[in-house]
Design a protein around this ligand. Structure first.
Ligand SMILES: [Mn+2]
Length: 231
């Protein structure tokens, strides 16, 4: 058993971390308002995870809005969240040493047709990536599936990172799910599926779940809504 494969006991820790992420996200959907800064929202995410019993954070929380959402690894800033913004939040709790990792993009007040179109493409790519996962499937083929959808819609040049990665005591562990991957998925590997589209100076969308590989498909540890939430 490679260390990419986790024991059931350790998978439960990841599932608990993911559940904290879902509870946190549902709180943030109630909490977030136009006029708040990215930093305020990021701090609320972190305080919520800690108050739920997280022993730490998987990584510094990302909360990026508007044109900042086009930066996949952007840091939360004093930018004020405005009407018409996409807000991308990427965060995770640590539970008994194991990391959660999820991302949701929501919209404030309204979206343009282009924003809705790009969101729907990322969601289609994310769902197809999840559906492609099962034991025995190559990591590269999962990336091919998600990337293929985004490319077919003409946004391939804006998908500027891999489709996912393993998760464990570190938030980024092997296997990697990208075009150069040589690993094959095995039962009880936890992996993220997180396609995105990032249009410079306009907006970005990323949707990320953390899935446990099984012989028949996946157990998705992240339950939060993925159809576009407009607040
Ligand atoms: Mn991730």
């Amino acid at each position: 058993m490679s260390n990419m494969v986790k024991t059931p006991e350790n998978l439960l820790k990841i599932m608990k971390a993911a559940a904290m992420g879902d509870i946190c996200f549902s709180h943030i959907v109630e909490y977030i308002k136009v006029g708040m800064t990215e930093l305020e929202v990021a701090e609320e995410i972190e305080m919520t995870l800690m108050s739920l019993g997280a022993e730490g954070l998987s990584f510094p929380t990302i909360c990026v809005s508007g044109t900042n959402s086009a930066l996949p690894h952007g840091e939360p800033s004093l930018k004020v969240i405005e009407e018409g913004d996409f807000v991308t939040m990427d965060f995770g709790a640590v539970v008994e040493g194991y990391c959660g990792d999820m991302t949701r993009t929501i919209a404030m007040s309204h979206v343009s047709q282009e924003q809705q179109k790009v969101y729907d493409i990322v969601l289609e790519a994310q769902l197809a990536g999840l559906a492609a996962c099962k034991a025995g499937v190559s990591c590269k083929s999962v990336d091919d599936v998600s990337r293929g959808i985004i490319t077919a819609y003409g946004y391939g040049e804006y998908y500027i990172h891999g489709t996912g990665h393993g998760v464990g005591t570190q938030v980024h562990e092997p296997p990697t799910l990208n075009g150069k991957s040589s690993e094959v998925l095995e039962e009880y590997m936890p992996v993220t599926i997180e396609p995105g589209i990032y249009i410079p100076d306009k907006f970005g969308v990323r949707i990320e779940d953390l899935a446990i590989i099984t012989e028949f498909g996946i157990i998705n540890t992240v339950k939060s809504q993925k159809s576009l939430i407009i607040i």
